[in-house]
Write a protein that binds this ligand. Structure first.
Ligand SMILES: *Cc1c(COP(=O)(O)O)cnc(C)c1O
Length: 400
């Protein structure tokens, strides 16, 4: 049990706390599911990009899936070996492509023909051969929230099968390109196996037909997206997930790359916030807390549900909205939730906040971002200091 109250007293609120032991067991569970197969778990850095979190996964053997050169730099700084780093994303700048190539990462996930052209050009300039993988958009509805669905032609990600095939043939004839993998990622917070299986079958078939024309790929990159339980969702188990992928591969000899983000971190993270006041507008009850949408955006952005626990509080519960101090009606952590009567300084623990929490934070309303704490083997340590007012104005001050 994590000592939330002492941590809040020591480090102040709002505060992110990450259970590093829980992250480790998630990593092992997924890795174990692919036992006996060549596989790399490339942690999707955007889920929680704290350097110490990346370093923790790197120490377990993880690679890193990055969606900007900033994330590539984080991964390298945290000790992920370049040969386990991938660079994905629909819009890479030339400088990003160049730096990724110079860093000698495993491969670049290319998401359009135009991008392939830029990658080839830059490889030639550098006198290098660019290792690439192509992100296929299999046009599968992943049945998740539309904002986190990525595998439909309606979404901006990847290329259709025909285009992918053309791009592989082009790469085969280009001396500065070496196609080493194939990639798909159909969405996030997937709770059903069927869409993943269908996508994997489509992509594995493409891989087989490519091998018939002598395009032989080593890496089968299945993206991330495995859902977690926020409330009472029944989700995918790592074992079933791995079995579905292996079923689609039907004995193809490949190295499986997976890019889990949420699965590794979501339920290992907690967001601590203190009650400022209780208030009522007519019949409506609000609990105003010191954490806000700039700290944890998911409720505002996706109407995401997070379980919120009133620590050490008993008493009759009634319906309330839990809202932050930011000047937006969309600033809430929970709507119509049940809570006992709260008092100034009571602590609320927001569960499942380890993925897409801190990283989506901002300084809106000139609020400094929270500190981040790692909790491991019964010990807490700070892994990011709370932002100060000075930090917030540092890049403006000299122009005043
Ligand atoms: C966001 C993302 C992931 C991670 O998704 P999760 O749902 O957090 O597992 C993996 N791969 C790519 C390409 C992504 O964009």
């Amino acid at each position: 049990m994590i000592p939330f109250q002492p941590l809040a007293n020591t480090y102040g609120t709002p505060l992110y706390v990450y259970d590093f032991d829980a992250m480790q067991s998630q990593y092992h569970e997924l890795k174990e599911a692919f036992r006996g197969r060549k596989s790399i778990l490339a942690y999707a850095v955007k889920a929680n990009s704290n350097l110490s979190v990346i370093k923790h996964f790197a120490s377990l053997g993880a690679g890193a899936d990055c969606v900007s050169i900033g994330e590539v730099r984080r991964a390298l700084l945290a000790g992920v070996p370049p040969y386990k780093i991938l660079f994905s994303g629909v819009g890479k700048r030339d400088e990003e492509i160049r730096e990724a190539m110079i860093s000698d990462i495993l491969y670049i996930n290319v998401e359009s023909e135009a991008e392939l052209g830029r990658v080839e050009m830059i490889a030639k300039e550098l006198g290098k051969v660019a290792r690439i993988s192509i992100r296929v958009n299999p046009n599968i509805d992943p049945q998740t929230h539309p904002y986190i669905s990525t595998g439909l032609h309606d979404n901006k990600f990847g290329v259709d099968l025909e285009t992918a095939k053309r791009m592989y043939i082009r790469s085969k004839h280009a001396t500065a390109l070496e196609a080493v993998g194939i990639h798909f990622h159909i969405g996030s917070q997937l709770t059903q196996l069927e869409p993943i299986y269908e996508a994997a079958v489509i992509v594995a078939d493409l891989m087989r037909s490519l091998s018939a024309i002598d395009v032989n790929l080593k890496f089968f990159d299945i993206g991330g997206g495995v859902g977690v339980c926020y409330n009472d969702e029944v989700t995918i188990t790592p074992y079933d997930y791995a079995q579905a992928i292996l079923g689609a591969l039907k004995g193809l000899d490949v190295t499986i790359i997976s890019e889990p983000g949420r699965f590794l971190t979501a339920n290992a993270g907690y967001f601590l916030t203190k009650v400022l006041y209780e208030k009522r507008n007519g019949e409506k009850r609000f609990v105003v807390v010191d954490g806000a949408m700039n700290d944890l955006l998911r409720p505002s952005l996706y109407k995401a549900y997070h379980r919120i626990e009133a620590l050490d509080k008993v008493g009759e519960e009634s319906v309330a909205d839990i809202v932050g101090p930011v000047c937006e009606s969309g600033d809430f952590l929970a709507k119509a939730t049940l809570l006992p009567m709260m008092e100034h300084n009571d602590l609320l623990v927001v569960h499942s906040a380890g993925a897409y929490g801190f990283g989506m934070g901002s300084n809106y309303n000139t609020r400094g971002r929270s500190a981040e704490i790692a909790y491991q083997k019964g010990e807490a340590r700070m892994i990011r200091a709370r932002e100060t007012f000075e930090d917030l104005i540092a890049l403006e001050r000299e122009y005043l």
